[in-house]
Structure formats: C-alpha cells, structure tokens
Design a protein around this ligand. Structure first.
Ligand code: PXL
Length: 284
C-alpha cells in the first residue's frame, strides 16, 4: 500500500464566494491527497466584487503554527501557497518554506495579486516586487497574465496574445525566478480557446494546453485550476498531463456555471465536476 500524499495549502478562508481554501480542500481531497491548511486570513467573502467584507488577518499566527508543525516533525509532499493577506506574510513564507519543506517537497507558489489587468483591492504596488522575490524560492509558479506582468514590472496586455509574447513572458519569468516549472494561465490566441502555457525546466520545453473559452470572468477559477494541478502533480502526473486535467476540470466547472446563469462572484460549480477530475486522475 502506497503512503498517502499530503499537501499543505496556504490560502485565506473566504466564507462565501468559492475560492482559496474552500476550493483547495475539496479538490485536493478528491485527488486522494490529504490537505492540511495554514489559513492566512478569514474573510466573510473574497475581495473581488463584494463590498463591506470582514477580514481577520492571521499574520501573527502563521509562524507559531509552522514552528509547532516543525517541532512535531510534520512533512508535506507539497506546499501550495495562494492568497496572502499582508505584506509581512511574504517574508514569513520564506521562513515557512525553510521550516517545513525538505528536498522532496514541491513548493508551488500562486502569486495571487490580481486579474483582468488589475491588482486585487487589498494590495498595493509594493506587493509585486516582494512576490517576485518569494517566487525565487518556488519550484513551480502559476501566475495569470496580470500577475506575470506585475511580477515582471511590465504593462498588462489584454490579449489575444501571440506566441512570441507568451514565450517571451515565460522566458523572462524563468530568468527572474529560476522556477523549475512555470504554468501561465489565461493564455489565448483567439476568442475560441483559452488555457495555459507551460515551461518545464527539466526538458526546457514550452507547451500549450487549451480548452473552450467561455465568455465571462468567473471568480475563483485560478484556485480551482491550481488546486487540481497540485493534486495531480503530487500524485506523480507529468506536468503536461496535470495541466490538461486541471484545464478540463476548470472548463467543465465554468460551463456548468455558465449554463446555470449563476452570479459570477460565487465562483464555479466544481462540485458537480469532481468526477471529471477524478476520472482524469484514474481514481474512478
Ligand atoms: O481567488 C483569489 C482570491 C483569494 N482570496 C481572496 C480574494 C481572491 C480574489 O479576489 O479576494 C480573499
């Protein structure tokens, strides 16, 4: 019997509006992988589209929690970092990686900062350079097109994109972060198809994985995709297959939500599509 794999997910909990930990927990669990959590904050809703949200910042709890786990000798196959709630948490994450990651731990950093050309409401322009520094400690980074531009200090381009532009971004990200694997999301060359471009440092290959481009900006899709990606990678799937599983699952969840006409702020119906993901992983 193989040892069950285990991920530490470091994100906020937004009580309403599926994203971050309310998405990472069920999806990583569906991958058959144990999901431990280090919550960065507790919010009433996410910050994209709701007003008047509450936010309990847990910055002061992060290091004590991580040190407790280190004292217990806890080990993780991956640390999957998403939404951080304060500038100070970026510094702390470096220390948390060194406390809790060993040579076999995949450090996956989603540099959650913005979407659709805009920085999220809770952040300012001091975030991107600090996030870039944090990315230099990651094995895998997963920016969207907005976050890639922010990390590189470049102007956001709305797309459609050209291969030259996308490959230039990937190569500049490799140079500046030295991440072994880069998964760039929100890539499209035409209005029909949307997906991810990947750079795999072991083969030095760039690949494109697309699905149907459903119109509309659905919240939390980056976290659905990222959770599915990390779940698949930790199970040992090669990068391109893991990205394929994550794209197909995310597109299916968006299609279900679009068909139902749900308010886009509430995230996507990934629940109905968990069997799609589990089939891609060979679990069912
Ligand atoms: O899905 C990204 C995300 C996570 N957590 C919070 C957010 C957002 C995006 O807006 O506001 C609190």
């Amino acid at each position: 019997m193989e040892r069950q794999k285990r991920v530490l997910a470091v994100h906020d909990i937004s009580g309403v509006g599926r994203c971050s930990l309310t998405v990472a927990l069920p999806i990583i669990s569906a991958a058959g992988v144990e999901c431990s959590v280090l919550p960065t904050a507790v919010l009433s809703t996410h910050t994209g589209g709701f007003t008047g949200y509450t936010c309990r910042d847990l910055t002061d709890d992060l290091l004590p929690m991580a040190r407790h786990w280190e004292s217990l000798g806890e080990q993780f196959d991956a640390i999957y970092m998403g939404y951080l709630a304060s500038f100070a948490q970026m510094d702390m994450m470096r220390e948390i990686f060194s406390l809790l990651a060993d040579k076999d731990t995949l450090i996956a950093v989603d540099p959650v900062m913005g979407d659709n050309g805009k920085l999220y409401a809770a952040f300012d322009m001091t975030f991107p350079p600090a996030m870039l520094e944090l990315c230099t400690h990651a094995d895998l980074i997963k920016p969207n097109m907005t976050e890639a531009a922010l990390l590189l200090g470049e102007e956001y381009q709305p797309g459609p994109y050209t291969k030259e532009y996308v490959e230039g971004l990937l190569l500049r990200l490799v140079q500046k972060t030295e991440a072994r694997q880069i998964v760039l999301t929100g890539v499209f060359f035409d209005e029909e198809r949307l997906g991810a471009a990947t750079f795999d440092g072991t083969t030095k290959e760039i690949a494109y994985i697309f699905g149907e481009n459903v119109p509309g900006l659905y919240h939390g899709t980056g976290d659905v995709f990222g959770s599915a990606l990390v779940g698949a990678l930790v199970r040992g799937m090669p990068l391109s297959e893991a990205v394929r599983a994550a794209v197909d699952f995310t597109v299916a969840a968006i299609q279900t939500t679009a068909k139902a006409g749900t308010d886009i702020r509430y995230g996507v119906n990934f629940e109905k599509n968990l069997p799609v993901y589990m089939r891609a992983l060979g679990i069912v």
